[in-house]
Design a binder for this molecule. Structure first.
Ligand SMILES: Cc1cc2nc3c(=O)[nH]c(=O)nc-3n(C[C@H](O)[C@H](O)[C@H](O)COP(=O)(O)O)c2cc1C
Length: 177
């Protein structure tokens, strides 16, 4: 059975929930999945493919996902991986800006091109923010200033992407010699 690691970074949990849905959907497609926080991943050994999930914060990937990519860049040369990012806090914002942020952030990292990547609308709750994020969003110049809570995550789109992942991940796997 194909062993897939689904690893994620998160501050407030929305990316973890998406990672769990991606893993469950891959499981329905016959893949054996482990879901882990990116910072708990010691090695990619034993996995045939990897799916990484990250929120975007100030245009950057979550630090744990960045660290995982950097630490495992050699293994990722021969382990197919896909990556999803949670970006805009509401569907009305559209995902083009966040997609551009993801492409720019990935280009700065010394890692191979993912076999598939996607950006999904994330979730936002100003009452749950940590001190630093509260300070950032309190600035009148912040695009999140005055925003109310939203959760426009498109579970249908997320499941559809995960179903379609099987093909690019399997295609990118090294053939057994
Ligand atoms: C302080 C702050 C900065 C953010 N910056 C960005 C950003 O630059 N680009 C983006 O697309 N989304 C941004 N977001 C939205 C988050 O990526 C989104 O809320 C995501 O679902 C959070 O994931 P988490 O719950 O797993 O931490 C930001 C959110 C906060 C609170």
């Amino acid at each position: 059975m194909t062993q897939v690691l689904v690893a994620y970074g998160t501050r407030y949990g929305s990316t973890r929930e998406v990672a769990c849905t991606v893993a469950a959907t891959l499981g329905e497609q016959g893949m054996d999945t482990d879901v882990k926080q990116a910072r708990e991943v010691r090695s990619l050994e034993g996995y045939d493919a990897v799916v990484l999930g990250t929120p975007l914060y100030m245009g950057a990937l979550h630090k744990d996902v960045r660290a995982l990519l950097e630490k495992n860049r050699v293994a990722l040369e021969h382990t197919p991986f896909a990556l999803f990012a949670l970006g805009p806090i509401k569907a009305d914002d559209g995902i083009d800006g966040s997609r551009a942020q993801l492409i720019e952030a990935l280009a700065k990292l010394p890692v191979p091109t993912p076999a598939a990547k996607a950006v999904f609308v994330g979730a936002y709750d100003p009452t749950r923010l940590g001190f630093k994020d509260k300070m950032i969003t309190a600035l009148p110049a912040s695009p999140l200033h005055g925003e109310v809570a939203h959760d426009d995550r498109d579970w249908q789109a997320i499941r559809a992407w995960a179903r379609e992942l099987v093909e690019p991940l399997t295609r990118a796997m090294a053939p057994a010699i």
